[in-house]
Write a protein that binds this ligand. Structure first.
Ligand code: ATR
Length: 297
Protein backbone atom coordinates (compact mmCIF):
# COMPACT_ATOMS: atom_id res chain seq x y z
CA UNK A 1 0.00 0.00 0.00
CA UNK A 2 1.33 3.45 -0.91
CA UNK A 3 1.61 6.09 1.77
CA UNK A 4 1.27 9.85 1.31
CA UNK A 5 5.00 10.34 1.40
CA UNK A 6 5.59 7.89 -1.47
CA UNK A 7 2.85 8.95 -3.88
CA UNK A 8 2.06 12.52 -2.69
CA UNK A 9 -1.64 11.63 -2.55
CA UNK A 10 -3.58 9.34 -0.22
CA UNK A 11 -7.14 8.09 -0.27
CA UNK A 12 -7.99 10.96 2.08
CA UNK A 13 -6.62 13.64 -0.27
CA UNK A 14 -8.50 16.93 -0.51
CA UNK A 15 -9.80 17.54 -4.03
CA UNK A 16 -9.96 20.72 -6.09
CA UNK A 17 -9.67 21.65 -9.74
CA UNK A 18 -10.56 24.04 -12.51
CA UNK A 19 -13.60 23.84 -14.78
CA UNK A 20 -13.21 25.35 -18.23
CA UNK A 21 -14.05 24.62 -21.88
CA UNK A 22 -11.44 24.15 -23.08
CA UNK A 23 -9.29 23.93 -19.98
CA UNK A 24 -5.99 22.75 -21.42
CA UNK A 25 -4.62 26.30 -21.55
CA UNK A 26 -4.87 26.71 -17.80
CA UNK A 27 -1.78 27.14 -15.69
CA UNK A 28 -3.75 26.73 -12.47
CA UNK A 29 -3.08 22.96 -12.10
CA UNK A 30 0.64 23.70 -12.27
CA UNK A 31 0.28 26.56 -9.78
CA UNK A 32 -1.79 24.72 -7.16
CA UNK A 33 0.22 21.55 -7.78
CA UNK A 34 3.44 23.40 -6.93
CA UNK A 35 1.96 24.72 -3.67
CA UNK A 36 0.60 21.29 -2.70
CA UNK A 37 4.00 19.76 -3.26
CA UNK A 38 5.87 22.56 -1.54
CA UNK A 39 3.72 22.42 1.60
CA UNK A 40 3.50 18.60 1.62
CA UNK A 41 -0.31 18.74 1.55
CA UNK A 42 -2.31 15.61 0.85
CA UNK A 43 -4.37 17.06 -2.00
CA UNK A 44 -4.83 17.22 -5.76
CA UNK A 45 -5.88 19.94 -8.19
CA UNK A 46 -7.05 18.69 -11.56
CA UNK A 47 -8.20 20.16 -14.90
CA UNK A 48 -11.93 19.52 -15.40
CA UNK A 49 -13.07 19.95 -19.02
CA UNK A 50 -16.75 20.84 -18.57
CA UNK A 51 -18.87 21.80 -21.59
CA UNK A 52 -21.12 24.85 -21.07
CA UNK A 53 -24.33 22.78 -21.11
CA UNK A 54 -22.96 20.58 -18.30
CA UNK A 55 -21.84 23.33 -15.94
CA UNK A 56 -24.87 23.18 -13.62
CA UNK A 57 -24.70 19.39 -13.26
CA UNK A 58 -20.93 19.44 -12.78
CA UNK A 59 -21.14 22.08 -10.04
CA UNK A 60 -24.00 20.29 -8.29
CA UNK A 61 -21.92 17.11 -8.27
CA UNK A 62 -19.02 18.69 -6.37
CA UNK A 63 -20.34 18.01 -2.84
CA UNK A 64 -21.27 14.44 -3.83
CA UNK A 65 -17.77 13.85 -5.17
CA UNK A 66 -16.18 15.21 -2.01
CA UNK A 67 -14.55 18.23 -3.67
CA UNK A 68 -13.35 21.11 -1.50
CA UNK A 69 -13.96 23.48 -4.41
CA UNK A 70 -13.06 24.53 -7.92
CA UNK A 71 -11.88 27.46 -9.95
CA UNK A 72 -13.83 28.52 -13.01
CA UNK A 73 -12.43 29.87 -16.23
CA UNK A 74 -13.72 30.72 -19.70
CA UNK A 75 -16.64 30.42 -20.49
CA UNK A 76 -18.12 29.63 -17.06
CA UNK A 77 -17.39 32.61 -14.83
CA UNK A 78 -20.61 34.54 -15.45
CA UNK A 79 -23.01 31.60 -15.94
CA UNK A 80 -21.89 29.99 -12.68
CA UNK A 81 -23.53 32.73 -10.60
CA UNK A 82 -26.95 31.14 -10.98
CA UNK A 83 -25.78 27.78 -9.66
CA UNK A 84 -24.37 29.15 -6.39
CA UNK A 85 -26.18 28.87 -3.06
CA UNK A 86 -24.24 31.87 -1.73
CA UNK A 87 -22.39 34.60 -3.58
CA UNK A 88 -19.82 36.86 -1.94
CA UNK A 89 -20.19 40.64 -2.33
CA UNK A 90 -17.09 40.66 -4.58
CA UNK A 91 -18.53 38.09 -7.00
CA UNK A 92 -21.91 39.81 -7.00
CA UNK A 93 -20.36 43.17 -7.77
CA UNK A 94 -18.06 41.87 -10.49
CA UNK A 95 -20.81 39.66 -11.91
CA UNK A 96 -18.58 36.61 -12.17
CA UNK A 97 -17.40 33.67 -10.05
CA UNK A 98 -13.84 32.40 -10.34
CA UNK A 99 -13.69 30.42 -7.09
CA UNK A 100 -16.27 27.96 -5.75
CA UNK A 101 -15.99 26.54 -2.24
CA UNK A 102 -18.04 23.62 -0.98
CA UNK A 103 -19.18 24.59 2.50
CA UNK A 104 -19.42 22.06 5.37
CA UNK A 105 -23.20 21.85 4.81
CA UNK A 106 -22.68 20.95 1.14
CA UNK A 107 -23.75 24.34 -0.20
CA UNK A 108 -21.72 26.13 -2.89
CA UNK A 109 -20.23 29.55 -2.21
CA UNK A 110 -19.14 31.59 -5.23
CA UNK A 111 -16.40 34.16 -4.82
CA UNK A 112 -14.32 36.31 -7.13
CA UNK A 113 -10.66 36.68 -6.19
CA UNK A 114 -9.50 38.51 -9.35
CA UNK A 115 -9.96 41.84 -7.62
CA UNK A 116 -7.82 40.69 -4.68
CA UNK A 117 -5.27 39.23 -7.12
CA UNK A 118 -4.90 42.42 -9.11
CA UNK A 119 -4.37 44.63 -6.05
CA UNK A 120 -2.17 42.11 -4.20
CA UNK A 121 0.06 41.81 -7.28
CA UNK A 122 0.56 45.58 -7.48
CA UNK A 123 1.20 45.86 -3.74
CA UNK A 124 3.65 42.96 -3.74
CA UNK A 125 5.49 44.18 -6.83
CA UNK A 126 5.63 47.86 -5.86
CA UNK A 127 5.38 48.27 -2.07
CA UNK A 128 5.14 52.07 -2.38
CA UNK A 129 2.20 51.91 -4.80
CA UNK A 130 -0.88 53.78 -3.65
CA UNK A 131 -4.19 53.64 -5.53
CA UNK A 132 -5.12 57.05 -4.14
CA UNK A 133 -2.12 58.69 -5.83
CA UNK A 134 -4.10 59.78 -8.89
CA UNK A 135 -6.39 58.84 -11.78
CA UNK A 136 -6.16 55.39 -13.33
CA UNK A 137 -6.69 54.73 -17.04
CA UNK A 138 -8.21 51.29 -17.61
CA UNK A 139 -8.38 49.78 -21.09
CA UNK A 140 -11.09 47.16 -21.65
CA UNK A 141 -14.52 46.40 -20.20
CA UNK A 142 -14.62 42.60 -19.85
CA UNK A 143 -14.76 40.57 -16.66
CA UNK A 144 -11.13 41.33 -15.84
CA UNK A 145 -11.74 45.08 -16.15
CA UNK A 146 -14.63 44.83 -13.68
CA UNK A 147 -12.37 43.19 -11.11
CA UNK A 148 -9.58 45.73 -11.69
CA UNK A 149 -11.92 48.72 -11.40
CA UNK A 150 -13.64 47.38 -8.29
CA UNK A 151 -10.23 46.88 -6.68
CA UNK A 152 -8.99 50.34 -7.57
CA UNK A 153 -12.12 52.06 -6.27
CA UNK A 154 -12.01 50.06 -3.04
CA UNK A 155 -8.42 51.19 -2.56
CA UNK A 156 -9.32 54.86 -2.89
CA UNK A 157 -8.51 55.59 -6.52
CA UNK A 158 -9.96 59.08 -7.11
CA UNK A 159 -10.97 58.49 -10.75
CA UNK A 160 -11.05 55.60 -13.20
CA UNK A 161 -10.93 56.60 -16.87
CA UNK A 162 -12.41 53.73 -18.78
CA UNK A 163 -11.87 53.13 -22.51
CA UNK A 164 -13.26 50.21 -24.48
CA UNK A 165 -13.71 49.45 -28.16
CA UNK A 166 -17.38 48.71 -27.57
CA UNK A 167 -18.78 51.76 -25.82
CA UNK A 168 -21.94 49.95 -24.69
CA UNK A 169 -19.90 47.46 -22.69
CA UNK A 170 -17.98 50.27 -20.98
CA UNK A 171 -21.27 51.97 -20.14
CA UNK A 172 -22.53 48.76 -18.55
CA UNK A 173 -19.40 48.51 -16.40
CA UNK A 174 -19.69 52.14 -15.31
CA UNK A 175 -23.35 51.59 -14.50
CA UNK A 176 -22.80 48.36 -12.56
CA UNK A 177 -19.73 49.49 -10.64
CA UNK A 178 -20.49 53.18 -10.44
CA UNK A 179 -23.67 52.70 -8.35
CA UNK A 180 -24.29 54.63 -5.18
CA UNK A 181 -20.92 53.89 -3.59
CA UNK A 182 -18.71 55.09 -6.39
CA UNK A 183 -20.90 57.53 -8.30
CA UNK A 184 -18.89 59.85 -10.47
CA UNK A 185 -15.57 58.09 -10.10
CA UNK A 186 -15.76 56.15 -13.36
CA UNK A 187 -15.42 58.36 -16.42
CA UNK A 188 -15.83 56.94 -19.91
CA UNK A 189 -13.21 58.09 -22.39
CA UNK A 190 -13.12 57.43 -26.15
CA UNK A 191 -11.46 54.41 -27.73
CA UNK A 192 -8.77 54.56 -29.08
CA UNK A 193 -7.25 56.44 -26.18
CA UNK A 194 -6.17 60.01 -26.77
CA UNK A 195 -2.72 60.77 -25.31
CA UNK A 196 -4.17 63.77 -23.45
CA UNK A 197 -6.01 61.53 -20.94
CA UNK A 198 -2.67 60.12 -19.84
CA UNK A 199 -1.16 63.48 -18.90
CA UNK A 200 -1.99 63.30 -15.17
CA UNK A 201 -2.60 59.56 -14.79
CA UNK A 202 -0.92 57.64 -11.97
CA UNK A 203 -1.70 54.19 -13.35
CA UNK A 204 -2.36 52.62 -16.75
CA UNK A 205 -3.87 49.12 -16.90
CA UNK A 206 -4.44 47.02 -20.02
CA UNK A 207 -7.20 44.48 -19.46
CA UNK A 208 -7.91 43.88 -23.15
CA UNK A 209 -6.52 40.91 -24.99
CA UNK A 210 -4.54 43.21 -27.29
CA UNK A 211 -0.84 42.41 -27.13
CA UNK A 212 -1.46 38.77 -26.23
CA UNK A 213 0.27 36.14 -28.34
CA UNK A 214 -1.83 35.64 -31.47
CA UNK A 215 -3.84 38.86 -30.96
CA UNK A 216 -3.36 42.28 -32.58
CA UNK A 217 -0.95 44.66 -30.81
CA UNK A 218 -2.13 47.41 -28.48
CA UNK A 219 -1.26 50.60 -30.31
CA UNK A 220 -0.84 53.27 -27.67
CA UNK A 221 1.90 55.84 -27.27
CA UNK A 222 2.85 56.53 -23.68
CA UNK A 223 4.24 59.94 -24.54
CA UNK A 224 2.69 62.31 -22.06
CA UNK A 225 2.28 59.75 -19.29
CA UNK A 226 3.91 61.24 -16.15
CA UNK A 227 7.26 59.60 -15.44
CA UNK A 228 6.22 58.09 -12.09
CA UNK A 229 3.05 56.51 -13.47
CA UNK A 230 2.79 52.74 -13.07
CA UNK A 231 2.00 50.63 -16.14
CA UNK A 232 0.55 47.15 -15.80
CA UNK A 233 -0.84 44.57 -18.20
CA UNK A 234 -2.97 41.61 -17.23
CA UNK A 235 -1.80 39.77 -20.35
CA UNK A 236 1.06 37.45 -19.33
CA UNK A 237 1.71 35.72 -22.62
CA UNK A 238 4.10 37.18 -23.57
CA UNK A 239 5.23 38.21 -20.09
CA UNK A 240 6.78 41.40 -21.43
CA UNK A 241 4.08 42.81 -23.70
CA UNK A 242 4.88 45.63 -26.12
CA UNK A 243 3.09 47.96 -23.71
CA UNK A 244 5.37 46.94 -20.83
CA UNK A 245 8.48 47.14 -23.01
CA UNK A 246 7.56 50.66 -24.10
CA UNK A 247 6.85 51.64 -20.49
CA UNK A 248 10.10 50.16 -19.24
CA UNK A 249 12.08 51.95 -21.93
CA UNK A 250 10.52 55.22 -20.79
CA UNK A 251 11.44 54.45 -17.17
CA UNK A 252 7.99 53.73 -15.76
CA UNK A 253 7.55 51.21 -12.96
CA UNK A 254 5.96 48.16 -14.61
CA UNK A 255 4.07 45.14 -13.28
CA UNK A 256 3.45 42.11 -15.47
CA UNK A 257 0.26 40.05 -15.53
CA UNK A 258 1.57 36.74 -14.22
CA UNK A 259 1.43 37.99 -10.63
CA UNK A 260 -2.32 38.59 -10.84
CA UNK A 261 -2.83 34.95 -11.77
CA UNK A 262 -0.66 33.82 -8.87
CA UNK A 263 -2.17 36.13 -6.26
CA UNK A 264 -5.80 35.49 -7.23
CA UNK A 265 -5.19 31.83 -6.40
CA UNK A 266 -4.10 32.48 -2.80
CA UNK A 267 -7.54 32.82 -1.13
CA UNK A 268 -8.83 29.72 -2.94
CA UNK A 269 -5.88 27.58 -1.91
CA UNK A 270 -6.22 28.76 1.68
CA UNK A 271 -9.96 27.96 1.74
CA UNK A 272 -9.61 24.48 0.20
CA UNK A 273 -6.32 23.26 1.62
CA UNK A 274 -6.04 25.21 4.89
CA UNK A 275 -2.71 26.90 4.24
CA UNK A 276 -1.98 30.52 3.27
CA UNK A 277 0.37 30.02 0.30
CA UNK A 278 3.19 32.33 -0.73
CA UNK A 279 3.94 33.81 -4.13
CA UNK A 280 7.68 33.53 -4.74
CA UNK A 281 10.10 34.04 -7.61
CA UNK A 282 10.53 30.27 -7.78
CA UNK A 283 6.77 29.81 -8.12
CA UNK A 284 6.73 32.25 -11.04
CA UNK A 285 9.34 30.13 -12.81
CA UNK A 286 7.44 26.90 -12.16
CA UNK A 287 4.18 28.35 -13.48
CA UNK A 288 5.90 29.90 -16.50
CA UNK A 289 7.68 26.59 -17.18
CA UNK A 290 7.06 25.01 -20.55
CA UNK A 291 4.56 26.75 -22.83
CA UNK A 292 0.89 25.80 -22.50
CA UNK A 293 -1.79 26.61 -25.13
CA UNK A 294 -2.29 30.28 -24.37
CA UNK A 295 -5.13 32.37 -23.01
CA UNK A 296 -5.41 34.75 -20.08
CA UNK A 297 -6.32 33.35 -16.65
P1 ATR B 1 -11.78 39.18 -19.87
O1 ATR B 1 -12.78 38.38 -19.09
O2 ATR B 1 -10.38 38.64 -19.80
O3 ATR B 1 -11.84 40.64 -19.54
P2 ATR B 1 -13.34 39.55 -22.28
O4 ATR B 1 -14.58 39.68 -21.48
O5 ATR B 1 -13.36 38.69 -23.50
O6 ATR B 1 -12.14 38.97 -21.42
O7 ATR B 1 -12.84 41.01 -22.66
C1 ATR B 1 -11.87 41.26 -23.64
C2 ATR B 1 -11.57 42.74 -23.73
O8 ATR B 1 -10.61 42.96 -24.77
C3 ATR B 1 -12.78 43.59 -24.08
O9 ATR B 1 -12.65 44.86 -23.47
C4 ATR B 1 -12.66 43.71 -25.60
O10 ATR B 1 -13.29 44.82 -26.16
P3 ATR B 1 -14.86 44.73 -26.62
O11 ATR B 1 -15.66 44.83 -25.37
O12 ATR B 1 -15.04 45.90 -27.51
O13 ATR B 1 -15.00 43.41 -27.32
C5 ATR B 1 -11.16 43.86 -25.74
N1 ATR B 1 -10.69 43.50 -27.07
C6 ATR B 1 -10.54 42.26 -27.59
N2 ATR B 1 -10.09 42.33 -28.87
C7 ATR B 1 -9.97 43.66 -29.17
C8 ATR B 1 -9.55 44.39 -30.32
N3 ATR B 1 -9.16 43.77 -31.45
N4 ATR B 1 -9.54 45.75 -30.26
C9 ATR B 1 -9.93 46.38 -29.13
N5 ATR B 1 -10.33 45.74 -27.99
C10 ATR B 1 -10.35 44.41 -28.02
Amino acid sequence: MRSVSESGVSGAARLAGIMGWPVKHSRSPRLHGAWLKNYGIDGVYVPLPVAPENLGAALKALPMLGFAGVNLTVPHKETALRFMDEVTPAARRIGAVNTVTVLPNGKLRGDNTDCFGFIANLEASLPAWNAAAGPAVVLGAGGAARAVIAGLLDKGCPEVRLANRSRARAEAVAHDLGGTDFGGKIRLIPWPVNAAVLSDAALLVNTTSLGMTGQPPLELSLQGLPSGAVVTDIVYSPLQTDLLIQAKTRGHPIVDGLGMLLHQARPAFAAWFGKEPEVTAELRQIVLGAPIAEKKA
